[in-house]
Write a protein of this length. Structure first.
Ligand SMILES: Cc1cc2nc3c(=O)[nH]c(=O)nc-3n(C[C@H](O)[C@H](O)[C@H](O)COP(=O)(O)OP(=O)(O)OC[C@H]3O[C@@H](n4cnc5c(N)ncnc54)[C@H](O)[C@@H]3O)c2cc1C
Length: 378
């Protein structure tokens, strides 16, 4: 697709991301040069409205950029995706004061925001949380609890934090699968706020090792009503917002599938394998898979918004499966060369596996799809 304006993916930017991806996979840390290039590129502000200093890009353009970044550096791509998913929530649910406080920090200073929702022991549907916010005698909220698997945690400038509020009514969980629970709220919290502790080491994950995915502790953190982005039913709506807009992690899976396909193509050229019809046919099959997944991502934002949330869950499942399938086919094409530990297909495969575990993971998407696939939705 045509991007609205110059995508700053000049050869230098792309090379920084590419070499950074390899380095980060070895060290398990966010690559400093890649993050610095990202902050300076302006891309973190691509979805910030122009009147707050950003580029005002829509979800289709953001998906396209995220896919391109994922080809070179999937860890940076998930950081950008999750960051954009917060930006659109601030734009939609923020007060003017909140927009003026947070959006220019992103657009003008290249600040990065992370989502702190998952908890050790909490299920993917986030219906029950142990991180709480309660008012003290002076009326200030006090946030307590611990989050895990927060992408960008080790380098984020601020967090969007999902918390449980004191119950306002008899909470009976809906029998239907849901994403988010009752009496919950989202707060925006500065990483430097008193009581916020981020262990410097990221989780030692198999894939997405350069994404700074880690833990965050909130030890009696004072927050005000002015820090609350939304609460109650608006919180479950806000959780769904990226899906409602068509902003999708599927873009990352498409970029990963493209990277795997490109790896097979380079291998074939290097070994003069393209003369072999069987090899060409296999490459054609991975190309079909990549193009179909890209079309599914584009279709999300094209046309009507009718049942887009349902379609977004379908695209999340299908594209992450495509990412894994293309990697598996390419490993077969590479033979024993691809079985060497240092071969890039192994990093790409591990990164592709990660996407299906990311929110909403495949099992939750399937539950949500099953609950929504009534004849009336079709
Ligand atoms: C790379 C990466 C980045 C992430 N980034 C973030 C982030 O930025 N912020 C954040 O808050 N979280 C993040 N997460 C966490 C993610 O969002 C998941 O929600 C979280 O890990 C919990 O999901 P789960 O599937 O592991 O847990 P559970 O829901 O407890 O499921 C555990 C396992 O049980 C099985 N299972 C459970 N229910 C069903 C069912 N109905 N049907 C079939 N099987 C079922 C599944 O096999 C599942 O794997 C990230 C995770 C990863 C891997």
């Amino acid at each position: 697709m045509n991007l609205p304006g110059e995508f700053p993916a000049g050869p230098e930017f792309r090379e920084t991301l590419r070499t950074g991806a390899r380095r980060a996979h070895d060290t398990g840390e966010v690559d400093a040069a890649s993050l610095d290039a990202l902050r300076r590129s302006g891309l973190l502000g691509m979805m910030v409205p122009r009147d707050h200093g950003g580029w005002g890009w829509d979800p289709a353009a953001a998906n396209a950029v995220i896919e391109k970044i994922a080809v070179d550096n999937p860890s940076i791509a998930i950081m950008v995706y999750l960051h954009c998913a917060v930006v659109v929530r601030i734009v939609k649910y923020g007060t003017e004061e909140q927009k003026n406080r947070w959006l220019p920090r992103i657009a003008r200073r290249g600040q990065l925001v992370a989502s702190a929702w998952s908890e050790p022991g909490s299920a993917a549907d986030k219906r029950t949380l142990s991180t709480t916010a309660q008012r003290d005698a002076a009326g200030t909220w006090r946030m307590k609890g611990g989050k895990t698997f927060s992408t960008s945690a080790t380098v984020a400038d601020f967090f969007i934090v999902l918390v449980q509020l004191p119950a306002t009514h008899e909470t009976a969980h809906a029998a239907e699968p849901a994403y988010g629970g009752q009496d919950q709220a989202l707060f925006l919290v500065d990483a430097a706020a008193p009581g916020v502790h981020v262990p410097p080491d990221a989780l030692d994950m198999s894939g997405m090792r350069g994404s700074g995915t880690g833990m965050v502790q909130f030890q009696d953190v004072p927050v005000t009503d002015g820090d609350m982005l939304c609460s109650g039913s608006a919180t479950t709506e806000a959780i769904q917002l990226p899906h409602r807009l068509g902003l999708t992690l599927g873009a990352v899976s498409v970029g990963l599938a493209q990277a795997a396909h490109d790896t097979a193509l380079r291998h074939a050229r290097g070994r003069d394998l393209l003369a072999d019809e069987r090899y060409r046919r296999q490459l054609a099959s991975t190309e079909v898979a990549v193009r179909s997944a890209r079309a599914a991502v584009s279709d999300l934002t094209a046309g009507s918004a009718h049942d887009r949330v349902l379609r977004a869950y379908c695209v999340k499942v299908s594209t992450s499966t495509t990412g894994q399938t293309v990697c598996r086919t390419v490993r077969g094409l590479l033979g024993s060369a691809g079985y060497l530990h240092a071969h890039e297909i192994n990093r790409i495969s591990q990164d592709a596996d990660a996407v299906m575990h990311m929110g909403p993971p495949t099992h939750l998407c399937l539950d949500l799809i099953a609950a929504r696939s009534t004849p009336a939705d079709r």
